[in-house]
Design a protein around this ligand. Structure first.
Ligand SMILES: Cc1ncc(COP(=O)(O)O)c(C=O)c1O
Length: 386
C-alpha cells in the first residue's frame, strides 16, 4: 500500500475501553447469559413523549429542511427561558447556539477559542473525549489531578499552579462530573471561574448532567460569568442521546465566529431533532419521574455496595455514576471489571478510560437502569466478592 494512505497522526486518538466491555457483555448475552449493564453512560428511558409527538407531527407536516446555523429561533428562545426558569438568570437567546449534542459543542468551542498549540487544562479523572478532541484539533490538553479533599473539584490554586508551569489558554470542567459523579458547589465554581478569568484563562463548563443533581443544586457558569462558555445537551436529563442535539451559551463575541464555523462544518443541526428538543422542555414532569428513579438507584447502591464489600467510593452527588475504589481487590481495574463481568455478569467500566494516572484503582458504575437491576447487581457483586 502506498504511504499516502497512512492516517494522520492527529487521528490517532485512543479508543474507549468501555467498548471492549460492551463487546464482552454482548458475547455473554449471545450465549444466553443475563448481564446487568452498568457500563454505559446512557439513560435506559427514551425521549419524553412530548418530543416524540412533536417529531411525528413534523414528519407528517412534510419537509425537514436545513435550519439557520445557530439553530431554530424558537428553540434558542426556549433554551434562554430555561435559564430564567431553572437558574433565575437572564441569558439572551442571541447567545444560545444549538449543537450536534454537546460533542458538537466541544468542537465549536475549541475551534472558536483556541489556536493550534494552545494549552487547555482538563481534570483527571475526566471524560476522555475532552482531551482527545483537543489533541485532534492540535491543542495540548494539560491534565490536572483532582482529589477527594475537594470533592474532585478543580481549585483556583491547582489551576494557577499549572498555569505557572506553562501558560494555559483555557480550562474545561464538568459538574456533575463523569466518571466521578461529584459536583462543584457554587463557591467552588465561582472561585475557579474568578481565578481563571483573573489569569486570562478562558473558561468552559460542561453542564451535560445538569438536572441530575441529588446532593445539592447544580449551578450554571452562565449565572457567574458572561465570559464563560457553557456546553449542555438533551442527551442525559432528557434521555435523547441518539437525537444528537445540544446547546451552548457563549459570550457575544463568539456568536458570529461559531455561526461561521457551524455553517461550514455541518450547515445546521438536524431539524427534526431540534423540533423534538424544543418540545422536550414540556416533558419535564416525565423526566422528573425518571430522575426520581435514578435517585432510588443511587440509594440502593450507596447502601448496598458497602455491604457487598465495595465500601470506598466518591460522593455520588449527581449524574448517574458512582466511582468506586477497588484497590483493596486489585491493581488492575480492567481485569477486575473483566472478571466481574464473566463471573457475576455485571458490566462496569474500568477507570483507566478516564484516568491514565490512578484509573487502575477504580471502576465506574452507571446507575441509569431499573431499580430491580440495581438490587440484583448489588446481590451479584456481594456473592462474587465473598
Ligand atoms: C461529561 C460528558 N460530556 C459530554 C458527553 C457527550 O454527550 P452528547 O454528545 O451526547 O451530548 C458525555 C457523554 O457521555 C459526557 O459524559
Amino acid at each position: 500500500m502506498g504511504q499516502w494512505l497512512e492516517p494522520s497522526r492527529r487521528s490517532d486518538v485512543p479508543p474507549f475501553m468501555v467498548m471492549d466491555v460492551m463487546a464482552a457483555a454482548a458475547r455473554i448475552e449471545a450465549a444466553g447469559g443475563h448481564v446487568i449493564h452498568m457500563e454505559v453512560g446512557q439513560p435506559a428511558a427514551g425521549a419524553p413523549k412530548t418530543a416524540i409527538v412533536a417529531a411525528h407531527a413534523a414528519l407528517e407536516a412534510g419537509r425537514i429542511d436545513y435550519t439557520s446555523a445557530l439553530g431554530i429561533p424558537s428553540l434558542r428562545a426556549r433554551i434562554a427561558r430555561h435559564y430564567r426558569d431553572a437558574h433565575g438568570c437572564d441569558v439572551s437567546p442571541e447567545r444560545i447556539v444549538v449543537t450536534t449534542g454537546s460533542s458538537g459543542g466541544f468542537i465549536l468551542a475549541f475551534l472558536s477559542m483556541f489556536e493550534p498549540g494552545d494549552r487547555v487544562a482538563v481534570t483527571v479523572p475526566g471524560y476522555p473525549p475532552y482531551r482527545h478532541i483537543l489533541t485532534a484539533l492540535g491543542c495540548e490538553p494539560v491534565l490536572i489531578e483532582t482529589t477527594n479533599d475537594t470533592r474532585h473539584a478543580l481549585t483556583g490554586e491547582a489551576l494557577l499552579a499549572a498555569h505557572r508551569k506553562g501558560p494555559l489558554k483555557g480550562v474545561l470542567v464538568g459538574s456533575p462530573a463523569n466518571p466521578t459523579g461529584t459536583m462543584m458547589s457554587r463557591e467552588a465554581l465561582a472561585g475557579l471561574i474568578a481565578a481563571a478569568e483573573d489569569a486570562g484563562i478562558r473558561f468552559i463548563s460542561d453542564e451535560i448532567y445538569h438536572g441530575l443533581d441529588y446532593a445539592f443544586p447544580a449551578v450554571t457558569a452562565a449565572a457567574l460569568s458572561e465570559h464563560a462558555v457553557v456546553i449542555n445537551s438533551f442527551s442525559k436529563y432528557f434521555c435523547m442521546t441518539g437525537w444528537r442535539v445540544g446547546w451552548m451559551v457563549v459570550p457575544e463575541i463568539l456568536v458570529r465566529p461559531i455561526e461561521r464555523l457551524q455553517q461550514n462544518l455541518s450547515i445546521s443541526v438536524p431539524s427534526l431533532s431540534q423540533i423534538a428538543a424544543e418540545a422536550a422542555f414540556d416533558g419535564a414532569a416525565e423526566m422528573e419521574e425518571i430522575k426520581h428513579g435514578y435517585q432510588e438507584n443511587r440509594r440502593i447502591l450507596i447502601e448496598g455496595l458497602p455491604k457487598a464489600g465495595l465500601a470506598k467510593f466518591l460522593p455520588a452527588d449527581g449524574a448517574f455514576y458512582l466511582y468506586a475504589d477497588v484497590s483493596d481487590f486489585t491493581s488492575d481495574s480492567f481485569e477486575f471489571a473483566k472478571q466481574m463481568l464473566e463471573q457475576a455478569h455485571v458490566a462496569a467500566t474500568p477507570g483507566l478510560d478516564f484516568d491514565p494516572i490512578h484509573g487502575r484503582s477504580f471502576i465506574r458504575f452507571s446507575y441509569a437502569r431499573s431499580l430491580d437491576e440495581m438490587r440484583e447487581a448489588v446481590d451479584r457483586i456481594a456473592h462474587w466478592l465473598k
